[in-house]
Write a protein that binds this ligand. Structure first.
Ligand code: SF4
Length: 240
């Protein structure tokens, strides 16, 4: 289960070109309009017994079908932070392509960061790694990871992995998907090994190239094929 306090998004960078949430949903439901959802207060909503609907001890992917740091959500974010603070028993996982809006989006009591917030900075190519990661590393965040998703080329993260716990990589999905080359995945894995970080090859994407040959991969097999290749180093870690 994810928490989507608001919905809708629009492209921020190269990796967004074939975004499922932005593309088909935008066409079908006009989801490039940013609106609050009826699950806005989901983490603090209680059942008839007065218990939270969401039990503690969970990892809750947050804003995976939108972006937590969209300027259109500025008016709602203070309330979202307050809910995150109230539910210290849940780990909130926030992925963003808009890390440049991080500082302007913080609550007054953020300090060095909330313990239960894990921020993932998405970098799809080298240019965005170089633009986003120095900013990402300069901000007070207790728990950081990098998501190369969708990976669009070989990426050298070696200058940016200090202070990062984990790297996730996946290829692009959809009919128009750009290729994900296995060598790019293995290179990122090596970079994680050399820094002692955990690494998750989450999905091959729809167009996966291995040893020079590209093949189309069915959406239902992209995760299982990545798993079969057995290159993830999770050390018991579960991200989402
Ligand atoms: S920021 Fe994320 S949700 Fe928004 S369009 Fe880009 S890939 Fe899609």
């Amino acid at each position: 289960m994810n928490w989507e306090p608001w919905t809708g998004c629009y492209a921020a960078s190269d990796g967004c070109a074939n975004c499922y949430f932005y593309g088909p949903h935008a066409k079908r439901y006009g989801q490039n309009q940013i609106t609050k959802t009826d699950k806005f207060d989901w983490p603090i909503r209680r059942n008839a017994k007065g218990e939270y609907n969401i039990k503690g001890g969970k990892i809750l992917p947050t804003c995976f079908a939108t972006d937590f740091f969209l300027p259109e959500a500025d008016a709602w974010r203070a309330e979202a932070w307050a809910m995150i603070k109230e539910r210290r028993d849940i780990d909130f996982l926030i992925l963003t392509k808009r890390i440049d809006r991080f500082e302007a989006s913080l609550p007054a009591d953020w300090g060095d960061g909330y313990e239960n917030v894990n921020i993932g900075c998405t970098v799809e190519n080298q240019a965005f790694a170089e633009a986003r990661l120095p900013l990402f590393l300069s901000y007070p965040i207790k728990r950081r990871f990098v998501a190369c998703s969708p990976i669009l080329e070989a990426i050298d993260l070696s200058a940016y992995l200090h202070g990062v716990e984990h790297v996730t990589v996946s290829g692009e999905t959809g009919r128009e998907a750009r290729v994900c080359d296995y060598d790019w995945v293995l290179s990122l894995r090596e970079q994680c090994v050399s820094k002692g970080l955990t690494f998750w090859f989450k999905g091959t994407g729809s167009l996966f190239r291995r040893e020079g040959a590209a093949q189309r991969i069915n959406p239902y097999k992209q995760g299982s094929l990545a798993k079969e290749l057995d290159v993830s180093i999770l050390d018991g870690k579960r991200l989402f």
